[in-house]
Design a protein around this ligand. Sequence first.
Ligand code: PGA
Length: 252
Amino acid sequence: MRRRVLIGNWKMHKTAGEASRYIRDFLPLTQNIASIDIILAPPFTALHVVAESIKDTAIGLAGQNMHWNSHGAFTGEVSPAMLCDNGCQSVIIGHSERRQTFHEDDNTINRKVKAAIAHHLTAIMCVGETREERDTGKTSDVLSRQLAAGLAGIGTIDAKQLIIAYEPIWAIGSGTPATPTQASKVHIKLREHLGTLFTTSTAESIQIIYGGSITAENIQSLLAMPHVDGGLVGGACLDPHNFGTIVSSATN
Ligand code: PGA
């Protein structure tokens, strides 16, 4: 049975002080929740303060990105070891904002996934189609390409360090989420494809989560779909009370 996971992606929001106040408000709302995994993905500059504030809890910590090299002359980049050193157990890779705004391609994403696994970080690899790709019937091809290329060279043994996030680009920040049926159809296809890359039982064990305009109102219907194993939440996680409500709705 796959455990469910909710990931709060803060994107480029919150100073260290704001992060610390967030955790102070968020912890009491989630302290009795054990049936779902919660992961927070603050910006790099708030990782340390969040790691300290959640160290006695079950909440996990993720980076939002990283370089694939362990060190070197890469101005502005952060290495996998630096994420581990700051308390991360996982890292978001290939978010569409990285793909689109920072021109990350499938090859870059594959290097990052491999580097994350080599550093014992869970790679939360994002895939997703644009509105135009969906409207022209290309969703399946686009997602298959992103999945196969992003996971090239990853062995079955390492697949336990993967979470796949289906994030349709048209749904991110738009207020228009995929319907549960739309998400479910894609998740089933992704799992079938994972079964060709790994074994069927491995594919069954990989969490496939949905992201894009998740709210406290729609989380339950999305999670009611058997192949939707959780959510990657952006805007709606920025307020600790709101994210707390999403977490408790997800467990009801
Ligand atoms: P959103 O973002 O919840 O604000 O749509 C989701 C994401 O980008 O991960």
